[in-house]
Each structure stands twice: as structure tokens, then as C-alpha cells.
Design a protein around this ligand. Sequence first.
Ligand code: HEM
Length: 477
Amino acid sequence: MTRPTRAFAHLPSPSGEWPVVGHALRAGRDQIHQYVEAQVRELGPIFRLQLGKRRIMVVADHALTQQVLKARPEHFRRSVRFVRTAAELGLDMGLFTAEGDVWHRQRRMVMASFAPQRIRAYFPAMLNVTRRLQQRWLKACAATPDGVAHLDVQRELMRYTVDTITGLAFGHDVNTLEADGDVIQQHLDRIFPALFDRLVAVLPMWRWLPRDKDRQLDRSVASVGRAIEGFIAQARARMAAEPQRRAEPTNLLEAFIAAAESEDPSVRDADVAGNVMTMVLGGEDTTANSLCWMLELMARTPETLQQARAEVLTHLAGGVDTFTLDALDQLPYLDACVSEAMRLKPVAPFLPVEAVHDTVVGDVAIPAGTLVWNVMRGDSVSDAHLPHPQRFWPERWLQTGAQAVPKHLSMPFGSGPRICPGRYLALLEIKMAAAMILQRFDILGVDTPDGQPAVEQMNLTMTPVGLTLRVRPRAMG
Ligand code: HEM
């Protein structure tokens, strides 16, 4: 980072700043990311924003963002407000909110649980969930007179990722694909949107005037906490009875316990519990929404569907039961579709980090506590960096040399020491579901209430709203 030539207070700022609330009324909640992206187009890649009491430096320059994300944990940390809001809710969010030595210790524990040989051991359980998704959609098609199912695809894919992640994180089969009304999931469905509501709230009304929904929320957090304690106790008992589970854990929870014990025998159940919660928070909506956005983009660009299907049929001819990790590794075009979808529709479209001390970002001096709001969809959709940046064109990811997509232009999983540890698992989940869908179903199209592309709504992650996918079974060759 260079010497400062500008003071934070002198940065340009959007019009419409009000006393007390700053720009919060203009920015809103559901499309706050689009408000900031629109200001980037107006004011350029660096400006100042005020949301309530929060002093924010917006950065939409990918090279600068990469430097900031890399400069953790020494110079930047997760936002204190996020950590406090989660803690006030009674949520221990493990690695996601940890800092300092605790973060280092937990990061090692979590990373060990995502090593390739571990993921190999999780594969059979993941395959089972993919098979259930296929059965569910076949049943939905069979129930219609013309054999075409109209699927609320975001909800469908949430069931898929919920079953996958809770199975791995809890070591317990939460089967939302085959049965409605799982109790833990109902509690989780309440907790995560509430966390986002509180994060963006200008005033903490829940403290001054708690309502029924706030009390219900407290009960949900307590219930999930108790359930997680129970899962940990069961996993420890299974591991005591079958010691080989220590060497070859079959799910994330067992892997955490094994890694924690080998790393630091004094590790507390609380370390494990917080990370179970983080896996569920980090792994459900992110993966479901990324997959959903990709299906929308592919359905609107049918030539990409054809090409991806041809590739899948070449390498995975025999149906879900014959899927292997190695065969799923042989799908460069599908990989390119995933990267392209995450470039256009990053489910974390902004990544806020907080300055630990007075520091310099680019040429701007910022005081300790300033939030640096990294815009992840700035340069990655700008024609200064890519040809036809708004086009869904997976082929760009297969180009090499001068034509290749520049490194760090698109960073859907973040960057630096806190880069998403679940990224390989997420990519595998996305590819497994996409390969099954391409193999077993014809995608006839996507619909939205107004005929426009799905609305982007922020809910901790960027969620597609109102999207219906029309599918019909394909005969297996
Ligand atoms: C497509 C799916 C996913 C996307 C787009 C995504 C994106 C992200 C992003 C942007 C971050 C912040 C990185 C940073 O600060 O530089 C993150 C962190 C994290 N993610 Fe993911 N994620 C996904 C799936 C998952 C899954 C499946 C898991 C776990 C099962 C997971 C667990 C985590 C955790 C624990 C962190 C915090 C890491 C730390 O602070 O050290 N994520 N993810």
C-alpha cells in the first residue's frame, strides 16, 4: 500500500445523506448491493458511505480488494458489528467470526476437515442426497399430466444443500428432500434472515421493544444449540465405540473432533459446536443460490446447456449411481459454467472488513474501525477488464494467455488467508447436482412473475427470487 495522499473525509460520497441515518434510507435492505454498485458507476471505484453510525470506505478495484483481503488478520478483521450481532443472538459462529489465536487454531481444525482425502470419504453421503434430489424431481414430473414439473428451484436446491451440509456437519440425516417439516431446519430458517435484518438495521429495536418474533428467535437459537450439543455427544460416543472413525471420519463433525483432539487435546466442545453452526450458515444458501443462478443463466443461454450436457454424457454415462470424484473432475466446460455464473452472480456481492488500526488503503488514510466495503461485482463486470462482460459466456474461462480471465478479477470465495475453506466441497456439490440434472432432465426454460431475470435479494447471501424451472425427464441412453 502506498503513502496516503487523500484523507477519508475528503472522499466523494453519494448524494442524499441524512443526519443520523446517513445513506441508509437510500440504500435499503433487499438491494443494498445494487445501490452500492450503482454508486460505483457514478462516483468511481473509491468513495465514502455512511450507514447509520457506520463509517464506510467503498472499494471496487479488484487489485486493491485483493490487497485488503490478503492483509488479514494483521490489518483487517471481520466487522465488529457482525461479531457482536451474532453474539447478541447467542450464536457462536466459530471460524467465521473468530480472530487472533483462536482463528488460527480453528482454521487449522477446519482446513484439516476439508482435505481431499476427507472429501473422498464424504462423497457417498453426498451422492445419496443427489440421488434423492433426482427422485424428488422425477416424482414431481410424474405427478403432472404432461410430465413437466414447474419447480420453485431456489427452494428445491436449498433442500439439496441443507441435506448435504447438515448431514456432514451434524452427522445426522436431516432429510428435507423426502419429508417436510424438519424441526432443526425450521429453527435455522428463522435465525439466518434475522441475523441479516439486525446487521442492516439502523436502530436496534429488538433491544428496546422485543416482539414475539424476537422471543421466538431466542428459543430457536437455544434449540439449535441443544441439538448441536446432542450431535457432538453422539459423535463422540460413536468415535469411542469405533476408533477407526478417528482415522477415517465419515463426516465433518467427526473430522472436527478428530482434528481438534490431535491439534489440541484441550479443545472444547464449544470450538466444535461453533464451527458446526458456521458450516451450516456458510454452506446452505451460498451453494444453493450459486447453483440456482447458474441454472437460470444456462437456461437463458441454451447453447451452454447443450454443450455442458454433451460433456456430462461423455464422462458420466451411467447415471448418478456411477458418479465418481475422478469423473466429476473431467468436466472443464461445466467448471467454466460455474465460474462464469459466480462472476455474474456472486452470492457474496460485497465483503466488508474492518481496519484493525489506522491504516492506508490505496492512497487513502483511514482511521481504525473504518469498514472497507469491498464490491465483488465491479471490475468483474466491467468492459475495461473483459470483452462483453454482461454476457454469460463460459468459454472465456477456457481461454489461455492474453485472452485468459485476469487472476483475482472474480473472487466469489474471497481471497487471502480467510478464503472460503468450503470452496471445493461447494464446487463438488454444485457439479454433482448439475451433472445429474443435465443427464436426467430436459430444462425447458425458466419463468419469473414479470418475465424478467430473477430479482436479486440480499439475505446474508444474494438470493434469486421468484424463479421457476420447467423440467421434463429425459430417457437415459
Ligand atoms: C458456492 C458456495 C460458497 C460461496 C460462494 C462461499 C463464499 C464465501 C466467502 C466470500 C467467504 C469470505 C471469504 C473471505 O473473507 O475472504 C467465505 C468464508 C467462509 N466459508 Fe464459504 N462459500 C461457499 C460455500 C461454503 C461451504 C460449503 C462451507 C462449509 C461447509 C463454507 C464455509 C465457510 C467458512 C467457515 C468461512 C469463514 C472462513 C474464515 O473466516 O477463515 N462456505 N465463503
